[in-house]
Write a protein that binds this ligand. Structure first.
Ligand code: GRF
Length: 185
């Protein structure tokens, strides 16, 4: 199968990145992760770039030159899909426009509920019984693009922010790869 080139943007631990790299090394998976971008050199997820020998770039998200450079790189590497995986910066409108329909994100709630940060805290405060994750296209409004796939999890009476995050991440690790398969179907 001819795989499309994809790039993953991270800011943190990169557990979704690792799962995507593993999926991408399966014969039938539609993408190859050929580039990783982080907005900070301190993201521990960058270790996966080193372990799996994938080139990476530290983006200064507020610097025009750095943004121009990354655009050039993405073009040069023929990137067909950008996967945001815990990327904590808001992408510039111009950037989204350039990659319109080619940027997807994973969010730890059942969108449109709980856009933005602190999803687990808010879910618990509202005493919800179900939450989950959403993989969606990125547009210029926060966490508002078209949904690709959602996975639900049940909230137990003993759950706290930490346990909920764990449960949702287990769901995320399945959801992201499934969503990418759906994107290329
Ligand atoms: C995930 O929970 C994702 O939903 C959110 O950021 C977290 C990233 O986790 N956008 P990781 O860096 O993939 O471990």
């Amino acid at each position: 199968m001819v795989k499309k080139n994809a790039c993953v943007f991270i800011s943190g631990t990169g557990t979704n990145l690792q799962v995507l790299i593993k999926s991408s090394r399966e014969y039938n998976f539609p993408i190859n992760i050929s580039y990783i971008v982080s907005n900070t050199k301190n993201a521990s997820g960058l270790n996966f770039a080193k372990i799996y020998k994938i080139p990476y770039y530290i983006l200064n998200a507020n610097n025009r030159l750095s943004l121009e450079l990354i655009l050039q790189q993405l073009k040069k590497k023929n990137i067909s899909l950008i996967c945001l995986a815990g990327y904590m910066k808001i992408l510039k409108k111009k950037f989204i426009k350039k990659f319109n329909g080619k940027i997807i994100n994973i969010h730890p709630s059942l969108l449109p509920k709980y856009k933005g940060l602190d999803t687990f805290k808010r879910v618990l405060k509202n005493k919800d019984k179900i939450t989950g994750c959403t993989v969606h296209y990125v547009n210029d409004k926060l966490d508002s693009g078209q949904k690709i796939l959602q996975k639900k999890i049940f909230i137990g009476s003993n759950d706290n922010e930490k346990s909920l995050k764990k449960k949702v991440q287990v769901a995320e690790h399945k959801a992201y790869s499934e969503a990418i398969i759906r994107v290329f179907k």
